[in-house]
Design a protein around this ligand. Structure first.
Ligand SMILES: [Zn+2]
Length: 111
């Protein structure tokens, strides 16, 4: 015996339709399966990390539309993405400034 998820009455383990409220239990089982393992591959956490690393702020669409994340998790991911993007941008600017500094030194002093 198990409990019907709709009316909480006792029903047969193999029941497809609840005899008390008439709800189909197959749908409930399917929904349960979908909510736990039915997340698309590109929404899984390792993939989301990869998207952030590769796409930076463009990965936000994968985060904000992700059905497996709560609002708090989405906020955390968004902050992480922006911090990562800011760091990459700063490093890039640093590299460019360093490059021109080297070029300038070579131009004035030679190698
Ligand atoms: Zn029922």
């Amino acid at each position: 015996m198990k409990k019907c998820p709709f009316c909480a009455e006792e029903i047969q383990e193999t029941a497809v339709k609840c005899k008390h409220c008439g709800e189909f239990l197959i749908d409930a089982e399917l929904k349960k399966l979908k909510s736990t393992s039915g997340v698309e591959w590109y929404y899984k956490t390792p993939m989301v990390i990869l998207w952030v690393l590769l796409l930076g702020p463009f990965a936000l669409s994968f985060i904000l539309k992700n059905p497996q994340y709560s609002n708090a998790q989405k906020t955390t991911w968004t902050i992480v993405t922006f911090v990562y993007t800011a760091l990459i941008t700063l490093i890039l600017i640093g590299v460019i400034i360093f490059y021109f500094w080297i070029i300038g030194r070579i131009a004035t002093h030679g190698l």
